[in-house]
Design a protein. Structure first.
Length: 266
C-alpha cells in the first residue's frame, strides 16, 4: 500500500502532457464504459435483491441491506480510484481551460469579424469615392482636352494672323518703298521743273516786252537759240528717274522762281 501511494504521489506530481492526456482519456473512457456496464449489472442484481426483500419479511432484511451497501462501497473504491479521480479532475480542468480558451478565441474571432466588416464597409466607401473621383477625373480630362484643342485652334489662328500680318507688313514695306521712289522721282521732277522755270525766267527777263520794274516792254519776244531744246527738256520731265539718283538739294524746288515769273508776266 505504501509503494502504491508513493507511486500515485509521483504520478500526480508529474505534469500531464497532451499526448499522455489523450492516452489517459482514451483509457479512462474504456474503463468508464466497462464500469458502467458492471454498474448496470449490479443495478439489475440489486433490483432483483430488492424485489426478493419485498417478498421476504424475515428479520435478516437489514443485515442483507448492510451487506449490499458494503458491496457497493467496495465496488466504488475499486472502480473509482484516487488516480482516476485526479485524472478525471485534471481532464475536467483542462477541458474547462480549453473551453475558456475557445471562448476567448471566439470572442477574438467575433472582434476580428467586426473589424473586418468595418474594414470592408470602409473599403466599399473608398471604392465608391474612387469611382466618383475617376468619373470626375475623366470629366476633367475631357474638359482639359477641349481646352487644349481650343488653345491649338487659337494658336493656329494666331499663326495665320501673324502670317497675314507679316504679308501685310511686306506689302506695306513695298508700298512705302514705292512711295519713297515716287517721292524721289517727284522731287527730281520738281527740281528739273524749277531749273527750267528759272532758265525760262532768266530768258524772259532778257527778252523785249517783259516788264522790268514798273516799265512794260511792248516788243515781241525774240526767239532764242535755246528754245529749240525745250521739247527735249519737256520729254525729260515725264521720264521716271532712277531710284539710286540723289535728290538735288536746291532752293528752287519750292516754286519761288515760278511765282516770280508768274508775277512778271502780263
Amino acid at each position: 500500500q505504501t509503494s502504491a501511494s508513493s507511486t500515485e504521489q509521483r504520478t500526480s506530481s508529474k505534469k500531464v502532457t497532451p499526448k499522455a492526456f489523450k492516452k489517459g482519456r482514451s483509457v479512462d473512457k474504456r474503463r468508464t464504459k466497462k464500469m458502467l456496464q458492471k454498474l448496470c449489472d449490479i443495478e439489475r442484481r440489486l433490483d432483483c435483491i430488492v424485489a426478493g426483500e419485498e417478498q421476504d419479511v424475515e428479520s435478516g432484511k437489514d443485515h442483507l441491506t448492510a451487506k449490499v451497501l458494503q458491496k457497493l462501497d467496495s465496488i466504488e473504491k475499486r472502480f473509482i480510484s484516487k488516480k482516476s479521480c485526479k485524472v478525471l479532475c485534471e481532464a475536467i480542468r483542462q477541458d474547462a481551460q480549453s473551453n475558456h480558451q475557445i471562448m476567448n478565441n471566439l470572442t477574438d474571432l467575433r472582434v476580428s469579424l467586426d473589424s473586418q466588416r468595418k474594414f470592408a464597409q470602409s473599403l466599399e466607401t473608398s471604392n465608391k469615392q474612387l469611382c466618383a473621383s475617376s468619373a470626375t477625373l475623366v470629366t476633367s480630362m475631357s474638359t482639359l482636352q477641349d481646352s487644349i484643342d481650343a488653345a491649338n485652334r487659337l494658336v493656329k489662328a494666331s499663326v495665320a494672323s501673324q502670317e497675314n500680318l507679316i504679308a501685310s507688313n511686306k506689302k506695306l514695306e513695298a508700298a512705302i518703298s514705292g512711295l519713297e521712289t515716287s517721292q524721289r522721282t517727284l522731287l527730281e521732277t520738281v527740281s528739273k521743273l524749277n531749273r527750267q522755270i528759272s532758265d525760262w525766267t532768266q530768258m524772259m527777263q532778257k527778252a523785249p516786252g517783259v516788264p522790268v520794274g514798273n516799265e512794260t516792254l511792248t516788243a515781241l519776244p525774240v526767239p532764242v537759240p535755246n528754245q529749240q531744246k525745250r521739247p527735249k527738256r519737256k520729254r525729260e520731265i515725264g521720264k521716271i528717274a532712277d531710284g539710286n539718283s540723289q535728290i538735288p538739294k536746291t532752293s528752287s524746288f519750292t516754286g519761288s522762281g515760278y511765282s516770280e515769273v508768274h508775277n512778271k508776266l502780263p
